[in-house]
Design a protein around this ligand. Sequence first.
Ligand code: F6R
Length: 614
Amino acid sequence: MCGIVVAVAKNNVASVLLEGLSQLEYRGYDSAGIALMNGGFHRLRTTGRVAELNKIVNERKLQGKTGIAHTRWATHGEPSEHNAHPHFSGEASRIAVVHNGIIENYETLRQRLQAAGLKFISDTDTEVIAHLITFNLERTLDLFEAVRDSVTELQGVYAIAVMEEARSDRIVVFHNGTPLLLGLGTSGNYAASDASALIQVTKRMIYLKEGDLAELYCDSYRIVNCFNGSMSEVDRIVHESKLTTEDLGIGSYAHFMQKEIFEQPSVAANILEEIFNTNSASPQLFGDAAKHIFTQIDKVLILACGTSYHAGLVARHWLETVAKLTCNVEIASEYRYRNPVIQANTLVVGISQSGETADTLAALSYAKAFGHRYSLAICNVAESTLTRQTDLCFLTRAGPEIGVASTKAFTTQLTGLMLLAVVLGKLHGKLSNEDESKIIGALRHLPVSLNRVLRAESEIKVWAKKLSESQHILFLGRGIHYPIAMEGALKLKEISYIHAEAYAAGELKHGPLALIDKDMPVIVIAPNDELLAKIKSNLQEVRARGGKLYVLADNDSSVESSSGLEVIRLTEYAGLLSPILHTIPLQLLAYHIALIRNTDIDKPRNLAKSVTVE
Ligand code: F6R
């Protein structure tokens, strides 16, 4: 999604803005732009990568001590230079604007502004903001007030940064839903969509709250909140970011996705540090109020999108099996428009890597507004919007995930969700001490098992070669591994652009079996669980129709390679944790197929890392 970087400093900020943009590239974008103040606006925009923007900024020797920069992920209007940010208000503009999010009433505003004689050059909703602020600036003569008045008319979830030609010492920013934070440096002040863009210059960050309007000068700043009825200054806590430039580096890997796949044993170990010396999991892992809240609840509702939704689907099995609790899992973008039945004693769990996914945040607010009393975030980003909106929080501690395709975030979400099932099972009297300590023991062993599974990479590469020319691939799983089949299909689609679909293997004969022929490879997850015999029958159904089978099994699964059926054995059967282990070869498979197909693995086309619009 769009990324914003803003700087007001003592020295030229061009390189800070460009480095900030390159750190935000992982969010996904299709064009980039920058405007610097130097005796007037100097703006450059391109549909190329940030590196291309960097090149032209250097060629033209663009400089300035105040500037705004942006990566755009197109929503209104095609990806093109004229739609790229920063936007002006007409040719002789007094202001420049960058924007993340969507202005929902932009059409009404556009018509009104056009009727007032204003000309639109782009197809974006952002240009409406530029015109509206300019319109109000004529009256207020002060940018801060003009932005304050303008935002009362803008509907939607968004963040903006505005620079005025007449005041080269100041930038005004406003935060309403999509992420924006301030960075307080020693030789300047900054703002950005996330901390990774700013740690090059400072670790001191302020996470703005909804409705915060801030003005930044080189050595000071002021924040007021437009939604609290008073325009008096508000105090916001200054946080020391724990991010390091090393966290954001690619190390010796070719892609961030590859690095993040291979980090999984160590990030699992991070999470499990908390239970390292015990045989039980404490409710405290989820926050101070967890014990009280967990004993009140009698159901769980999980809200999430994409990969995080798949984590929720696995968790449903665990919550039913381990904690004997009813659990519903809903796609957040669907749930937010339903009329759910209120169940006050439901624990609403929002799962999100970024903690900024607009649909998940909206679904959670919706559930709360509907009377669901208790909420928990399972999230990878401390201080994200999600973690600030829930009663309880479990941080997955996977470190920054830069590759658009989620990998280590998923397996750490699963680890956290298993701990949740254990804690709830214990508190509700459904899990014996003995079973608890077995699960905890298996969790502690997880980093070792993950390492073993990663060793299957060379075999996976052989599969990748065979599968890389396929037009379509089917993924099958059953029970707790069906969501893993869904996750495998999603990974493959998003980075290799091969059409992939997942089915619960028992559903084959209800339709998809018609697709099977020699050109339809079928990847099957077949661990040694109680459904193995069923899966084996499903394999026969595919083989009998000429389908080519690629089977992921553990050491104990009694499935053997034969003509048209290839087996990769992973490690010993991991019981309830088996879905975590079977995820890894599917991530590797997607990665190696994408590598052969030479796609942009870390930034797949059309996708964004942090989906901050609906
Ligand atoms: C897939 C992927 C997406 C995200 C989804 C939710 O690899 O990354 O499907 O899982 O956009 O994002 P978060 O978890 O940040 O809420």
